[in-house]
Design a protein around this ligand. Structure first.
Ligand SMILES: Nc1ncnc2c1ncn2[C@@H]1O[C@H](C[S@+](CC[C@H]([NH3+])C(=O)[O-])CC(=O)[O-])[C@@H](O)[C@H]1O
Ligand SMILES: O=C(O)C(=O)Cc1ccccc1
Length: 247
C-alpha cells in the first residue's frame, strides 16, 4: 500500500472544491481513510470473516465502491467457499487503475486466491448477477438519497438464500445531543491522528455537498422497504457503523 500521508487540506484554500475521488485522493487514500474513519481496519478485516459465513458455493461476492480494493483483499484472505468470485466496482478511473495494481500485487504474493474482476462503472447501472455477499463499505453515503432505495432493492433481488448485504456508513443521529457528542468525538479522533483544525474544517466543507449520512433508523427502514427481512448492526465506533442485512 502507498505510504503517502494525507496533507490534501493542510494549506488554506481560497475556495474548498467539492471532494472527488481523483488522482490526488488516490495517492493518499489508505492513509486518509485510516486516519478519518474510526474502526476502519477492524471493519474491513471482519467483513472478510463475516463474508466467509454467508458465501455460497459458485456465487459472486460484490465489493461496491471498491476504491483501492481493501474489502476485496479481505474477502480473498477469508473466503474459501468453492467457486466464488469477486466483482469489485468503482466509477473512479483513478481508483480502479490503482486497485488493479494492488490486486495484482496480492495475486503475486498468495496462491489460490478467489478470481476477481475490477469494473470501472456506476453501481447504479450495474446488472447484478446472483450474489451471496454484497459489501457497500462507506459507499451508499455518496449515492444520491433518492437513488438509495432502488439500489438496495436491486441488491436484495440479486441476493441468494443464505447470503447477506454488509453496509457500512457514517451515521447522523436524530437526537441533537447525541449527534453533537459523537461529531465532537470524531473530530477528537481526527485530531489525535494528526489532522490540524484547518485540515478538519476544510475536509468537512469539501465533503458536505457530496456525502450525505443517514441515521440508523433511516437505514433500517429503507432496508426493510427494499425487501430485506432483518437488519443487524454488528459494529459501531463513534459515528461510524456497519450493518448486516439479511434477504
Ligand atoms: N455511483 C457510484 N458507482 C461506483 N462507485 C462509486 C459511486 N459513487 C461513489 N463511488 C465510489 O465509492 C467509493 C467510496 S469510498 C469506499 C471505501 C472502500 N469501500 C474501502 O472499504 O476502502 C468511501 C470513503 O472514501 O469514505 C469511492 O471510491 C467512489 O469512487
Ligand atoms: O473525513 C471524514 O470526516 C469522513 O467523514 C470520512 C471520509 C473518509 C474518506 C473520504 C471521505 C470521507
Amino acid at each position: 500500500m502507498s505510504k503517502e500521508p494525507d496533507r490534501l487540506f493542510a494549506q488554506p484554500l481560497a475556495q474548498v472544491p467539492d471532494f472527488a475521488f481523483n488522482e490526488d485522493v488516490v495517492r493518499v487514500f489508505p492513509d486518509m481513510i485510516k486516519r478519518s474513519v474510526p474502526g476502519y481496519p477492524t471493519i474491513v478485516e471482519n467483513l472478510g470473516v463475516l463474508a466467509a459465513q454467508f458465501a455460497q458455493p459458485h456465487s459472486v461476492l460484490y465489493d461496491l465502491g471498491s476504491s483501492l480494493g481493501a474489502v476485496t483483499q479481505a474477502l480473498r484472505r477469508h473466503v474459501r467457499t468453492d467457486g466464488c468470485r469477486v466483482i469489485a466496482v468503482d466509477n473512479s478511473a483513478a481508483m480502479v487503475e490503482r486497485c488493479r495494481e494492488y490486486l495484482n500485487g496480492q495475486d503475486s504474493m498468495f496462491q489460490e486466491l478467489l478470481p476477481v474482476d475490477v469494473i470501472e462503472g456506476d453501481i447504479l447501472a450495474l446488472d447484478f448477477q446472483p450474489a451471496s455477499v454484497v459489501a457497500l463499505n462507506f459507499t451508499l453515503q455518496f449515492i444520491a438519497r433518492d437513488q438509495r432505495t432502488a439500489l438496495l432493492s436491486r441488491i436484495r433481488q440479486s441476493l441468494l438464500p443464505g447470503g447477506a448485504l454488509i453496509l457500512s456508513e457514517k451515521l447522523r443521529f436524530e437526537d441533537e445531543q447525541e449527534h453533537a457528542l459523537l461529531t465532537d468525538l470524531h473530530i477528537a479522533f481526527k485530531r489525535a491522528n494528526g489532522y490540524s483544525e484547518l485540515e478538519i474544517a476544510q475536509k468537512r466543507s469539501a465533503i458536505e455537498n457530496v456525502m450525505k449520512p443517514d441515521s440508523l433508523e433511516e437505514h433500517r427502514e429503507r432496508l426493510l422497504v427494499a425487501g430485506f427481512s432483518k437488519v443487524v448492526p454488528w459494529f459501531q465506533c463513534l459515528n461510524f457503523a456497519s450493518l448486516i442485512a439479511l434477504p
